[in-house]
Design a protein around this ligand. Structure first.
Ligand SMILES: Nc1ncnc2c1ncn2[C@@H]1O[C@H](COP(=O)(O)OP(=O)(O)OP(=O)(O)O)[C@@H](O)[C@H]1O
Ligand SMILES: CCCCCCCCCCCCC/C=C/[C@@H](O)[C@H](CO)NC(C)=O
Ligand SMILES: [Ca+2]
Length: 508
């Protein structure tokens, strides 16, 4: 903080960094003293901007009293972070992560008197492993990741796994409830999809995200745990995608050098290949919850549906046990051929798909929207995909179904122990095909059926892979469970009116 007569205005951030600006000089001897207050104002489409307003005072004493009082009030806001651990992925998106942080984020943190420890990652999983083992978390009020969805996933895994270890929980046990993480995570978008940032903040803007972090908001968030038998695989907060999105991701990994465009190239390639995958999906519907995936009202942070549906900590055990106690009754199964199986714990809105894969999915309601896209024609599937880029209802198609669930399992066909059942069904299908279709077309279809069955084909049966928040899972046979809540630096309630959130006061 610094004061000066009115020939010029000085505002200083932390530790004396100074910014001088001229303000009109007054003629009279008793030039006013002035102080500047920086605040947050809502701009277009959920964007936040930093604004300044300068107050003039008759004398230095009054000016000083104002600045001291404002500073004391701001310092008393316990939810605002003062020390942050920042991880930057230099290879995210278009590789602008470091520049974005240095030019857009660091100056705002400095003006808000936030001290930072910055780590530019040197390899994949650097952030996850550092958080999980070395980071002295007691020295920080929060963790910030600069990158895309994969980078957020790294930081989330590091924090959640560290918390489980510190609290003696076994994350490999599929039914183990997880301990909540104490630290909040802030996301500075610098990736290719950035759907986690976009779906939570409503914008992919580093300044907006920085201001959310500075004012210290807090937003809980659903996390799904994914297991293969008794082995923990990964957590997911956005998309668990099998089939189309799994194939797109695995194909795009070979094109990382293309940056964000890699998804477009792989998306068209996989759309044209039009592969379907057989298997059985079993799911536990979320009973007695408010809202459905077909609602038109999107989830906004602080939404009442989330608060109603999310069991309180003390209720959770009982509520889930009640639903699972009717295991035989409540669980449902769907066996078939799928172009895509997508489980989304949030809307997954992103610049490519502004409404998201499931527009009415909730951020923190303890459920996941399970979207089953059965085999259909290319034209029908294209219609479904294109509806993700408009406001048309992507579920209003005969081959698409969506369920709000708390748990689900998937078993690819030919992975079941009893392949005889499959073989018998396959032979029946062959006979049916032979009756329905004559000539070369029958041979083509039979070739497809044979290529994929272990009894007929030399290569292992085809299966897709799971896209888990942008990472590939090593197994296709998985069990998924809503688990616990993560905390993000996000507003508890997005007020309709422009927000005037006081950020900091400078004497000038
Ligand atoms: N220094 C690094 N070198 C190589 N890979 C890294 C490094 N730091 C992080 N990674 C890995 O890079 C992968 C991609 O990062 P990130 O998700 O941030 O970018 P993106 O894939 O472009 O964005 P999105 O996931 O939103 O599409 C992540 O899986 C992460 O583990
Ligand atoms: C042939 C026309 C196709 C148009 C289809 C547009 C639909 C885009 C939907 C994007 C969904 C994004 C879901 C988010 C997934 C992320 O976890 C992951 C990593 O960031 N990104 C991707 C692309 O898998
Ligand atoms: Ca959810």
């Amino acid at each position: 903080m610094c004061t000066s007569r009115c020939t010029s205005r000085c505002t200083s951030g932390a530790k004396g960094s100074r910014r001088w600006q001229k303000i009109p000089q007054r003629d009279d001897e008793d030039s006013p003293h002035a102080f500047t207050v920086s605040y947050v104002q809502r701009a277009r489409r959920a964007a936040w901007r930093l604004r300044d307003v300068t107050f003039l005072c008759a004398d230095a004493a009054l000016c000083g009293r104002w600045v001291r009082t404002l500073t004391e009030q701001l310092s008393a806001l316990a939810q605002r972070p003062r020390r942050l651990l920042v991880y930057i992925n230099p290879l995210s998106g278009k590789r602008h992560g470091e520049r974005i942080y240095r030019h857009k984020v660091a100056p705002l943190f400095s003006r808000a008197n936030i001290s930072t420890s910055v780590i530019v990652t040197q390899h994949a999983n650097h952030a996850r492993d550092h958080l999980r083992t070395e980071a002295e978390l007691q020295n920080y009020d929060g963790v910030v990741c600069v990158g895309g969805d994969g980078m957020f996933s790294e930081v989330m895994h590091g924090l959640v796994l560290r918390t489980q270890r510190d609290q003696g929980r076994d994350h490999h046990h599929p039914d183990q409830d997880l301990a909540q993480t104490g630290l909040r995570i802030g996301i500075i978008p610098a990736g290719s999809t950035d759907c986690i940032c976009f779906a939570t903040v409503g914008a992919n803007d580093p300044v907006t995200s920085s201001l959310h972090i500075i004012v210290g908001d807090c937003q809980p968030m659903d996390v799904c745990s994914v297991h293969h038998g008794d082995a923990f695989l990964r957590y997911s907060v956005s998309l668990l995608g099998y089939g189309f999105y799994g194939d797109v991701l695995s194909d795009s990994e070979r094109r990382r050098w293309m940056g964000p465009a890699r998804y477009d190239v792989s998306g068209v390639k996989k759309f044209l290949s039009h592969r379907y995958y057989e298997g059985t999906v079993s799911y536990l519907p979320a009973s007695d919850v408010l809202g459905t995936p077909r609602d038109r009202a999107p989830c906004r942070t602080g939404c009442v549906v989330c608060q109603y549906n999310r069991p309180l900590e003390e209720e959770k055990e009982g509520k889930l046990k009640m639903e699972e106690s009717h295991e035989g009754l409540a669980w449902r199964s769907v066996r078939g051929k799928f172009l895509a199986i997508n489980a989304v714990s949030m809307s997954c809105a992103c610049p490519r798909s502004p409404q998201g894969l499931s527009p009415a999915a909730h951020l923190a309601d303890g459920t996941t929207d399970l979207i089953l896209v059965r085999n259909s024609s290319r034209l029908a599937f294209l219609r479904h995909l294109l509806r993700h880029t408009s406001k048309d209802d992507q579920f209003d198609l005969g081959f698409v179904e969506v369920h709000r669930v708390r748990r689900f399992r998937f078993t690819p066909r030919f992975c079941q122990s009893d392949s005889e059942l499959d073989l018998q069904e396959l032979l029946q299908e062959k006979e049916q095909k032979e009756k329905e279709v004559a000539g070369s077309q029958a041979r083509r279809i039979l070739g497809q059926l044979c290529r994929e069955h272990p009894a007929c084909c030399r290569t292992p049966p085809c299966a897709s892979c799971w896209n888990c928040d942008g990472e590939i899972l090593p197994h296709a046979d998985i069990q998924v469970r809503y688990t616990t809540l993560l905390l993000l630096f996000l507003p508890l309630l997005l007020l309709l009116a422009p927000l005037l959130l006081l950020l900091l006061a400078h004497s000038t």
